[in-house]
Design a protein around this ligand. Structure first.
Ligand SMILES: Nc1ncnc2c1ncn2[C@@H]1O[C@H](COP(=O)(O)OP(=O)(O)OP(=O)(O)O)[C@@H](O)[C@H]1O
Ligand SMILES: [Mg+2]
Ligand SMILES: [Zn+2]
Length: 345
């Protein structure tokens, strides 16, 4: 099983987004329990997981301290996605009025086995206007056994009327501390051995998403990248790309360029191959400039140089390529080319 499924939080205490966890707990404890929740926030921060946990707490037959037991028939059915009264609807593929009408009809019927009928509507911002209006009517007068949990990554696309009818909970990008908490739970669960710096690095690269963090951890372990050196390599942090090199050339960053060359020399990189890569990119820029083969070019390289500059660079790097064959050390002509270009007025 993939790690992010295996380690999906199954109770409130496992939600590592601290602020959300506390708010959710307070809301559930209050005497006024909402009939509609709105979970908004970036990908992989636990909206779907939290929605299922809420459904469990509402329907668990032996819930304690505001946590589901995760053992009763209701809890296990929700975990396995087969509970008859807990419906998950993906609004991205069920956008229209018919689906919501159908929902409005069915929601009137009392729950089959549980206390509450829970509707989890994912990516709710994808609904059509008509569907929103139909949903709104249900949100205005929900049957007492109904609970809605709307989840979205783009709350700004929702009509104000929907937002104002729901109790909103903002999921934010996880902090590095929160991500590390989640990573460490998996690491001890799976008995992985990694250098602590690797965990820091993964948290740094996870873009605030628990899912991304978990996937990066899985990738690192699968590739044996458990030392900081290998993990940096896996993430491509230390490699100099022709794109980056050209960007630095356009900004005449002599120092960065020269140290990139030193780094490549230390690693034993193939300089002729690297210069070929630069010439290829220059050609792509030229073709793009003339509206030929435009999909071949990285966006940041578009319009980086004028035609005159392109011609100069072609000449410079073609010469470099030829000189490399004769040079005592292949990086020398490249260094000369960099200095020549950067000091050109
Ligand atoms: N609060 C959290 N604490 C620990 N792990 C989490 C948390 N939230 C998410 N995860 C991890 O990330 C995975 C994805 O979470 P989930 O599907 O709930 O996110 P989501 O917000 O619904 O994302 P999306 O917007 O992409 O649907 C989970 O399976 C779990 O591994
Ligand atoms: Mg989700
Ligand atoms: Zn239970």
């Amino acid at each position: 099983m993939v790690l992010y499924r295996k380690y999906r939080p199954q109770k409130l205490s496992e939600l590592d987004l601290v602020e959300v966890r506390e708010k959710l707990k307070r809301t559930l404890l209050s005497s006024f329990r909402p009939h509609a929740y709105l979970f908004s926030g970036p990908k992989g921060t636990g909206k779907t997981s939290a929605a299922r946990i809420v459904a469990k707490i509402l329907n668990c037959v032996q819930s304690r301290d505001m946590e589901p037991c995760n053992k009763c028939e209701s809890c296990t059915a929700i975990t396995e996605g087969r509970h008859l009264d807990v419906m998950e609807i993906d609004a991205a593929s069920n956008r229209g009025i018919d689906e919501i009408r159908d929902l409005r009809e069915k929601i009137k019927l009392v729950p089959v086995t549980a206390k509450y009928k829970v509707y989890i509507i994912d990516e709710v911002h994808m609904l059509t206007n008509d569907a929103f209006n139909a949903l709104l009517k249900t949100l205005e007068e929900p049957p007492s056994h109904a609970v809605f949990i709307l989840a979205t990554t783009e709350a700004e696309k929702l009509p104000e009327t929907i937002i104002s009818r729901s109790t909103r909970l903002n999921f934010h990008r996880a902090t590095n501390e929160e991500l590390k908490q989640a990573l460490n739970r998996i690491i001890s669960g799976e008995k992985f051995k990694l250098e602590t710096e690797v965990i820091d690095l993964i948290a740094e690269y996870a873009d605030g998403s628990f899912r991304d963090a978990t996937k990066l951890l899985e990738q690192a372990v699968n590739q044996g990248a458990i030392t900081i050196k290998n993990a940096r390599e896996m993430l491509g942090i230390d490699t100099v790309t022709p794109e980056k090199f050209l960007l630095d050339l356009s900004r005449k960053k002599t120092k960065e360029l020269l140290s990139a060359i030193v780094e490549m020399a230390d690693k034993g990189s193939d300089f002729r191959l690297f210069v070929t890569g630069i010439l290829d990119r220059l050609q792509a820029i030229l073709l793009d400039m003339h509206q030929i083969k435009q999909d071949n070019l990285a966006k940041e390289l578009r319009n980086l140089f004028s035609l005159k500059e392109l011609n100069l660079l072609f000449k410079l790097f073609s010469d470099t390529y030829m000189e490399m064959r004769m040079a005592s050390r292949p990086e020398l002509p490249l260094e000369t080319a960099v200095v020549e270009w950067c000091e050109r007025k």
